[in-house]
Write a protein that binds this ligand. Structure first.
Ligand code: HSE
Length: 431
């Protein structure tokens, strides 16, 4: 059978998973690719490290130049994280005539236009299914399977680490720091877990999906973002009492003013599919004008789910499918930039607002008064006497639909009231 030379650069969690599939299931991958995916090089930092499985003699190397120079390597799985040297290595691989498969969303979100342009100029391809939502084939689905549609909205849980942490905190009362450590030990977190918990990783993924779904050339740093790192247990508890769960959501929707996109912890109605996504799972809910609502669910982080997406890309590249779609999609080209971003302040929705207030008369009236002055109608108010501490009690207002701008101005004024103490919270409710 014909064979195609494959190299892996970076044998961390995902790279090791990819090597395992290639080495342990060569028959399966050959059947799907119509040729043998032959692992010729795996570039590692430490040749002596025990990888827990046997790599054939001569495959491991600590010299990346061997891959760049190898004429018999046609596809390279580039799994170096972060921006540099990942960007330079990818450019050199393309220049050396290799097709590239990657899971590095940070690199694509930051330098997608440059890398994709370079690949196009050189007649090469970049496949990146594993860069968003791990094992869920969301890139292929949005860019190919749903291509008959104008996608109207796309909302998702895009960071497995954050979802794991919130699930542990919410359902088992695990402390935040402990849950972060567990997510790292389980191989879900980025090398720097700050990107997982501060919303950066989810914003980078949402920017990639928004480009594919809406044709918007969104830079991830233009997506207003917040992570789960400042969440208070109290709000998890109150959300639950109100019939919601808090999830880190990437929200995007097409409006007449342009594309709205935001990442942050949001209240999601308990019992709905997104609210019940647990642990390292991700989910993406897409609404297309022809297909209607579609929901994708699967493991968004972890060794084998992510390796599953990488190997599928390898097979597609070996078969020649990637080259065709890569050429037709013209990703991150000037032609693909069809939609502008809307003003973040115009984003409408309902909000959960918690203020820590003095337990004295007339507080509710003052807050309600400010909300009213900003045309914000109140849906419900929640306060529990058991939560009074040192004369201060949390009070929660659930608003009716308003704009982000009006909600922010009202909160700014409410926080200045003498009866309102520090530590308020504002969370969007996902409808
Ligand atoms: N750290 C990422 C996550 C891995 O937790 O979702 C997959 O991109």
């Amino acid at each position: 059978m014909e064979k195609i030379g494959v190299a892996i650069i970076g044998m961390g969690t995902v790279g090791t998973g990819v090597a395992k599939i290639l080495l342990d299931h060569g028959d399966r991958t050959a059947r799907h690719a119509g040729k043998t995916l032959w692992l010729s090089h795996a570039v590692v930092r430490d040749l002596k490290k025990d990888r827990g499985f046997e790599v054939p003699e001569g495959v491991l190397t600590d010299d990346i130049e061997k891959v760049i120079a190898a004429d018999d390597v046609q596809v390279v799985v580039q799994l170096i994280g972060g921006i540099e040297p990942a960007r330079t290595v990818m450019l050199r691989l393309l220049e050396a005539g290799k097709d590239v498969v990657t899971a590095n969303k940070a690199l694509l979100a930051e330098h997608g236009p440059e890398l994709f342009e370079k690949a196009r100029q050189l007649g090469r391809s970049i496949a990146f299914e594993a860069s968003v939502a791990g094992g869920i084939p969301i890139i292929t689905n949005i860019s190919q399977c749903l291509s008959a549609n104008q996608i109207k909205s796309l909302n998702g849980i895009l960071n497995g680490t954050s979802n794991y942490i919130i699930t542990r905190m919410d359902l088992e009362g695990t402390a935040y720091d402990q849950a972060v450590k567990e997510a790292q030990a389980l191989g879900f977190a980025e090398a720097d877990p700050a990107f997982d918990v501060d919303g950066t990783d989810a914003a980078q993924k949402l920017a990639i999906l928004a480009h594919l779904a809406f044709g918007a050339r969104v830079h991830w740093s233009d997506v207003p973002k917040r992570g789960i790192d400042q969440l208070d247990d109290l709000d998890l508890k109150y959300a639950k009492q109100l019939g919601y769960r808090i999830k880190l959501i990437g929200l995007s929707r097409l409006t007449t003013e342009g594309l709205q996109a935001v990442v942050g912890p949001m209240l999601v109605k308990a019992g709905t599919p997104l609210a019940e996504v647990r642990a390292n799972y991700n989910a993406v809910s897409v609404d297309g004008d022809a297909v209607g609502p579609v929901f994708y669910h699967g493991q968004g982080a972890g060794q084998m789910p992510t390796a599953s997406a990488v190997v599928a890309d390898l097979i597609d590249t070996a078969v020649g499918r990637t080259a065709i779609t890569f050429k037709t999609l013209e990703l991150w080209s000037d032609e693909s930039n069809r939609i502008e971003m809307a003003q973040p302040g115009d984003l409408t929705g309902r909000f959960y607002l918690r203020f820590n207030v003095d337990d004295v008369p007339n507080v509710m009236a003052q807050i309600a008064g400010v909300l009213g002055q900003h045309n914000i109608s109140i849906a419900s108010v929640y306060q529990h006497d058991n939560d009074i501490q040192n004369g201060v009690v949390p009070v929660v207002f659930v608003t009716k639909e308003t704009t982000e701008a009006d909600a922010n101005s009202a909160i700014y004024e409410i926080e200045k009231l003498d009866c309102v103490q520090s530590g308020s919270e504002r969370l969007r409710i996902l409808e």
